[in-house]
Design a protein around this ligand. Sequence first.
Ligand code: HEM
Length: 470
Amino acid sequence: MATDSPQEAQSAEGDATTAEDATEAPIAPYPPNCGPPTLHIVHQMRDPLAFAERALATRDVVRLHQFGQGDIYGVGHPEHAKRVLLTDREKFRKSADFRIAFGEGLLTVEGEEWAQQRDVLQPLFTRDSVLGYADGMVEQVRRRIDRWNDGDRLELQAEFTDLALDVLFATVLGRELALDGDRELRESAEHLHGWFKPTSYFLPEWVPTPARRRFRAAKERIRTEADRLLDEAAEGAPTDPSEAEDLLSLLVGLRESGMADSAMLTDERLRDQMVTFLFAGHDTSTTTLTFACWALANNPELRERFHAEVDELDGPPTLADVDDLEVTERLVTETLRLYPPVHSLPREPTTDVVFDGYRIPANEQLLVAIRHIHRDSRFFDDPKEFRPSRWDGDLQSELHDFAYAPFGGGPRICIGRQFALLEAQLALATIGRQYDLHWLGENDADGEPPVSAEMTLRMEPGQEFLVTER
Ligand code: HEM
C-alpha cells in the first residue's frame, strides 16, 4: 500500500510529470522489508509471487535488484496500470525479451505495424465471430473428456494443456489435432514458455540454458508446422478474405487478394504470428480451467450451485445456453481475479517516468503487478477469499477500471478475451454435467493451491484431481 511516498500529496490519482520533474525525483527505493538488494534475486527465484507481494505491501512503486542484470521496478496500483496501458502508453514499450522470443507477431510489434496487424486480426475475435466457434469448442471438449473414467486421477494442468491446444487448433488455426498424437507439436507449444523460465530470466539472452535450447527447437518445430498449414491455406484460401473462418486462411486470403500491406504478410511474419497465437492462446486458458476446477472442488456450496445450473441444460451446452450460465460466468471471473494467468505485465519506459513521486529511469524493466492489484483490500473486500458472488451486484461498474485487468487494458487489451471467456464457460459446463472433480493436492496454510509463476501462473506439476462420474 502507498503510505510513505516523498510527496504524500501525489497519490496514485495523478502524477503526470514533465521530463524536467522526472529527472529531479528520487529513484524508487528498495523496499525496507525485503532484505539486502544482493539477495533479492534469491527470493525472486524461490517464490516470485510472495516476494512481489511482500515488496508491494510497503508502497505502490518498488525497486528490486536482479544480481548481474540491474534493477527491476514494480507498480501495484490500478491508476499506475492505467497510465502504463492507456493514458501514458506512448512512454512504455514491450520488453525486448518478447521480440527476441516471438519476432514480429501481434504480441510484440509496436506503433503503426501493431495498429495494422490489430486491424487485420480483430474481425476474427469479435464477440460475434467467436460465438461461431462455440460448437467446435464443445466438440473438442467432449472428444477429450469422453475418455475420462470414474476413479481416474488426473493432473488437470497437463490435461487442460492438451485440451486448450485441441480447441485453439480446431478453431483459430483450422486443423484438428490427433487426440493422442501430434505429441511433438504439443510439446513444442509447451516449450515456448522456456524463454521465460525464472532460471533463464535473469541471464543475458546469449546464455544457452537448457530451457532456451528447448525453446529454440520448439519455435523451429512450430514454424515448420506453420509452413505446412500456410501451404494448405493457400490452396483453399477464400477469394473474399472476409469469408475466412480461421486465422491462417484470413491472412493468406488477404495476401493473395492484395488487400493488405504485403510487408505484413510475408511467410516470415505469418510464421511469427502462428508462434505468437500458440504462445498467447493456450497456456492462459489452461490455467483458467485448472484453477476454476480447483475452486469448485474446494467450495462445496459453489459446486452445488454450479451443478444445479449445468444440470438445467437439456444436453451439452450450446451457444443458446451461454447467457444462462451465470454461476459459471462468475466462477470464471473470480478465477481470473485470484489466479490471473498473466500475473504481471512487463514493459520498459522509453523516458524517465514518475509514479507517486518516485522516478523509474528510462529503459529499465517495469512490471505492472496485476495479481497484486487483484488482491488488494483497497479494492476488494476479503480479497483472498474465493467468492464469485462478489460479482453479483454492481461491483464491476463501481471498481476502478484497472482494478480488475486479467486481460490487460487499453488498446493492447487481449485480442483473445472473448474467445477465452467463451471457451472457459463452455468447457466448464460440459465437464460439470458429466463429472465431479475432487482435489487431491494440498493447499497451504492460507488455503491456497501450489502455484508456480513463470511468464504465466500455473498449478505446480504433480497436483492431481480424482474424477468421479455424476
Ligand atoms: C484466460 C485466457 C487469457 C488471458 C488471461 C490473456 C491475457 C492477456 C493479457 C494480459 C494480454 C496483454 C499483454 C500485455 O499488455 O502485455 C494479452 C494479449 C494478447 N492475447 Fe491474451 N489472454 C488469454 C487468452 C488468449 C487467447 C485464447 C488468445 C488467442 C486466441 C490470446 C491472444 C493474445 C494476443 C495475440 C495478445 C496481444 C494483443 C496485442 O498486443 O494487441 N489470448 N492476453
